[in-house]
Design a protein around this ligand. Structure first.
Ligand code: SR1
Ligand code: MG
Length: 404
């Protein structure tokens, strides 16, 4: 029997023993089930249930390569970054992040609250489900985790210490490649362009010099602006949800970067949901997404201002014009980063089901072109996107273009 004093990749039996060894209330449990339930691209996730008491926990372990492909060889210490990010986010946005029960640096795993009563948001969106509290919850999460880890609020030495702690070079490299470089250059030949859209991608992404320049600026901004502790992969697959609750999971890509990266990811993934709803003519659903695009931008602005006023400690931030200047930069980043997420999920190797499951293929191709057109507008005209209405107009214009 293992004593878990040296790293190895666990199977379901090992995880069962592991939970018995680590969680007191499972020690003498007679009937335990353990199932691997992970569907992400990187790690292994187990749900362990004591079927006598119905108590359950989640064990998440990092392997030495990414699940999606052995090409990505990664340090298992990424689990520590993820777990510590969850702990910090839990402090800043209580109720919106799972509780951590144990961080095990030796086994590169953590044990956390089981959220299986909720659904992964992307899965629910595939079925055109809507969520009345999403905009409220996600803006609470973003404003509190982003602004309150920035130099606006934190003591600058404490913040620099956090920047050091959350240096995450391997996972950042994945984003630098998959989000900022490959979609536009296919430099590792890993892009997967849907047959039928090759010419469109060639013209609009691969030889689009104007776009390449703006993307290059965004890439260097991502690498060099240690603004806030960003989640780093804030898409609808990283969110558990139901009609009452929202919980944000999976911050393994967390690092200090521009806060617009997270907000842009949320806007882009709402646009994927809209594009799918539009393809299936689900009007009620697309209207909900439109309202949500509006609400996310509006609520973010209102809460940003409130949290700034309540928590800012830095002397120079007591200046309304500086606050406005800072916020405008966040909005500009948000638009640009949304454009990048929209591009990379269409042509890159990590795709989204909202689009890949659209049938027939002609409608998927149309939805892809719609996303890529919106992406280009967002990246090239990022200063024009202040409100949700601007995003909606870009969607409507892209639809008109497709009809020409
Ligand atoms: C190799 S990992 C591919 C993608 O999956 C993750 O969820 C991130 O989005 C990453 O870019
Ligand atoms: Mg993930």
């Amino acid at each position: 029997m293992h004593i878990f004093d040296q790293y190895f990749l666990m199977n379901t039996d090992d995880v069962t023993h592991y939970v018995k060894a680590k969680i007191e209330s499972f020690e003498y449990a007679q009937n335990i089930t353990c199932k691997e339930i992970g569907d992400g691209n990187l790690n292994y996730v187990y749900r362990v249930v004591n079927t006598d008491t119905n108590e359950s926990v989640i064990v998440k372990q990092a392997g030495t390569t990414a699940r999606i492909s052995d090409e990505f060889v990664l340090s298992t210490s990424r689990n520590k970054i993820e777990t510590e990010a969850l702990q910090l986010q839990h402090m800043l946005a209580a109720g919106l992040v799972p509780e951590i029960y144990l961080l095990d640096e030796t086994m590169s795993c953590c044990i956390m609250e089981d959220l299986s009563h909720l659904t992964i948001m992307r899965t629910a969106l595939l079925n055109f489900e809507t969520f009345p509290h999403f905009a409220e919850h996600i803006t609470d999460f973003m404003v509190n985790t982003l602004l309150r880890t920035s130099d606006v609020v934190l003591d600058h030495k404490d913040k620099k210490e956090l920047v050091r702690k959350f240096i995450n070079p391997e996972l950042c490299e994945i984003s630098e490649d998959l989000v900022f470089t490959e979609p536009f250059h296919n430099n590792f030949n890993r892009n997967e362009v849907t047959p039928g859209n090759e010419d469109f991608v060639q013209e609009n992404l691969y030889v689009n010099k104007e776009l390449h320049l703006e993307v290059a600026k965004l890439k260097f901004h991502f690498m060099n602006n240690t603004q806030s502790l960003v989640h780093g992969d804030l898409h609808t697959g990283s969110i558990f949800i139901d009609q009452d609750d929202t919980k944000i999971i999976d911050p393994e890509f967390a690092f200090f970067g521009p806060m617009g990266y997270d907000i842009g990811n949320i806007m882009a993934n709402l646009i994927f949901a809209w594009a799918r709803g539009n393809a299936y003519q689900e009007k009620e659903f697309t209207e909900w997404v439109e309202h949500t695009l509006f609400d996310v931008m509006d609520l973010f602005e209102t809460k940003f201002s409130q949290v700034w006023d309540e928590y800012a400690t830095e002397v120079v931030t007591k200046n309304e014009e500086f606050k406005e200047h800072y916020f405008n930069d966040v909005l500009k980043d948000t638009a640009g980063m949304a454009g990048l997420e929209l591009s990379r999920r269409i042509v890159g190797l990590a795709k989204v089901k909202d689009i890949t499951t659209i049938e027939p293929i002609e409608n998927r191709l149309k939805a892809e072109r719609l996303c890529l057109r919106v992406a280009e507008t967002l990246i090239l005209n990022s200063t024009d996107f202040r409100y949700g209405g601007h995003y909606l107009t870009a969607l409507q214009n892209a639809q008109q273009e497709e009809k020409k």
